[in-house]
Design a protein around this ligand. Structure first.
Ligand SMILES: Nc1ncnc2c1ncn2[C@@H]1O[C@H](COP(=O)(O)OP(=O)(O)O)[C@@H](O)[C@H]1O
Ligand SMILES: [Mg+2]
Length: 252
């Protein structure tokens, strides 16, 4: 889905301006990375896009229509899969049970979801197969490794049949090799399903590798917007605020 923010800004009640008025067009079906250091405003922007943070100014349009009213928000949130840094699984519940919670948006309450219809279970198993964890369906979520748990988080988002995928530092708590594998999986799934994806990262290398478009944030402002090839040393220093110096020995 096509998303546009118009002068979207967030100032928290304590006075912190986390997001300066920001206007962005997020094209349908593209994999966009929000890159920036801690405190740059990545989570704030993502949470606005999912209605978890109420903007203090500006608005969001989905497919040209302003998001307004509870029915529009409900439909939008149902079409939006969310993957978090801390996967937020229920540890004592099976992997399958966790994935099925992604279906809750389609039911008026837990009672109408439980017992799960066979079609719901099939969908959940299919999602687990896509992330390579079909054999772990009945394991307790807390018995999985960090990378596996994050893949369950992706399956839980997928089972929702989203059109928009928002991921907030989905690999920040994983070791570099696992982080890259999980990012590759997320990228593959979003690309093959044609999902619009907005994924925040703080690692430049991963942003370069997977971002079709990279939006660099610093102190609540967009300071870069372009392709990986355009993300040069000057751009990185605008995002991270430190001048990039080349060690002298490289000239030797
Ligand atoms: N609920 C909140 N109340 C007040 N300030 C907040 C809140 N959430 C985040 N902030 C502040 O807003 C700024 C942006 O935070 P955040 O969006 O979490 O950035 P990032 O995800 O890039 O680390 C930071 O200065 C942070 O301390
Ligand atoms: Mg954050």
């Amino acid at each position: 889905m096509m998303i546009r923010t118009e002068a979207l800004g967030v100032t928290y009640p304590n006075g912190t301006m986390a997001l300066a008025p920001t206007s962005l067009d997020i094209a349908e079906g593209r994999f966009t990375v929000l890159l920036g250091p801690s405190g740059a405003g990545k989570s704030t922007l993502l949470r606005c896009l999912n209605g978890l943070v109420r903007p203090s100014e500006g608005r969001i349009l989905v497919a040209g229509e302003p998001l307004a009213g509870s029915a529009a928000w409900r439909a939008h949130r149902r079409a939006t899969g969310m993957v978090f840094q801390q996967h937020q699984l229920i540890g004592r519940v099976s992997v399958l049970g966790n994935v099925l919670t992604g279906r809750l948006g389609y039911h008026s309450s837990l009672r109408t979801l439980w017992p799960f219809a066979r079609a719901e279970k099939r969908r959940a198993l299919e999602a687990l197969e896509r992330v390579g964890l079909l054999d772990k369906a009945l394991a307790r979520a807390d018995q999985l490794s960090g990378g596996q748990q994050q893949r369950v988080g992706i399956a839980r988002a997928l089972v929702q049949q989203p059109r928009l995928m928002l991921a907030d530092e989905p690999v920040a708590s994983l070791d570099p090799a696992t982080a890259e594998r999980v990012m590759r999986l997320l990228h593959e799934i979003c690309t093959s399903d044609g999902l619009t994806a907005v994924v925040s990262l703080h690692q430049v290398d991963l942003a370069r590798k997977f971002g079709e478009r990279i939006i660099g944030l610093a102190r609540g402002q967009v300071v870069f917007d372009g392709t990986a090839a355009m993300l040069d040393a000057a751009a990185i220093s605008r995002i991270y605020g430190t001048p990039v110096t080349i060690p002298e020995k490289e000239f030797a």
